[in-house]
Design a protein around this ligand. Sequence first.
Ligand SMILES: Cc1cc2nc3c(=O)[nH]c(=O)nc-3n(C[C@H](O)[C@H](O)[C@H](O)COP(=O)(O)O)c2cc1C
Length: 376
Amino acid sequence: MTGVSIELPPPPPHYREPLCLAAAGKQTGSRVVVASRFNLAPLAGYTNLPFRLSVRELGGVGLCTTDLVNARAILEQIPKTLELLAHHPAERPLFVQIFGSRADEMAAAARWLVDRQIADGIDINMGCPVRKVVKTGGGSSLLCDTTGATIELVRRVVEAVPVPVTVKMRLGWDETQLTAPYFAREFEQVGVAAVTIHGRTREQGFSGRVNHAGIRRVVEAVERIPVFGNGDVRTIADAARMIEETGCHGIAIGRGALANPWIFRQLNNWVQTGDPGPRASYAERIAFMRLHLRRLVEWKGSEKYGCIHFRKIATWYTKALRLPKKVQQKLVMLANLAEFEEIIAPFAHGPVPDGWTEYDTQQAHIAVPAGPIAHW
Ligand SMILES: Cc1cc2nc3c(=O)[nH]c(=O)nc-3n(C[C@H](O)[C@H](O)[C@H](O)COP(=O)(O)O)c2cc1C
């Protein structure tokens, strides 16, 4: 089945051109050319090497970013943290997202990542609302400090590395402190190469709708660096609305990529030709799930731990694929690859479930932190 281009708005012509992210200090620094304007947004626990590599192979992704990684834990070489830094030459360009509140640690961790050629660029997390990150003074709490400490931290990271540094942030702490436009302008002045803005405040968590007017204010605040809009993009129509209403130069997609890993390819086709092209078939989706699981096993270095990691994503695969409840119950207890093949065989080779449509995948529920923010 091909995409129905007549129902879609025409793509913005400038989206056909690649973006260039430049390191501060043009003489010595590197430039990263991003072929597509659609980036994979980091989703801790999901956007690890197995998923990133599998999505990139489908085509159409601009930048990929690792899950957020604690800068101090990098310096202390904590094994669990180093596991998050696993990468592959086929997934370039790769940005590593770091969080922390101390400029010296952030700068040293960035340097370490670039010296070892793990990162083509560094992304600073300024959006994470989760208590364990915020209480360290990192994540979205950095958006509260307008005295200069936050800008100084970013400047120190920019000066520490010869690669582009980007910042991912929310609109502000709450409705009364929408500091993102101010920070975006200041970050540009200290050499940040691009900003990604999730159109919600920290107070909002993941509730409510993404605020396009708020993203637009960030776009208007900067002079020349690209701003990537982020939040709630699951379809081409959502992306078109985001571009139209915010003026953003590119888009970062998180949950929409879990629900539909082909979304980057479809968006890029739409930009290039006006037609998103073929949707993924049911069989391709099953094959993607299988590949994802196999790569989780390789990444973890053990069938047992790869399967344990798979359990938490099994639920959204089963929802997206309309697999019966009893299949979901088996997959969330998955122990090994042979068992997976046995469970999935009737669906991999059998008919597509009655009534299954692409719509199911867009609706697949992806868990977000719930309840009072203070308890996340
Ligand atoms: C489970 C989960 C984990 C996330 N982890 C990160 C993270 O590590 N770093 C980050 O900057 N944002 C993180 N985010 C926020 C997303 O990158 C993104 O800003 C947000 O989900 C809105 O975009 P979306 O609607 O396209 O998912 C996370 C979101 C979710 C739901």
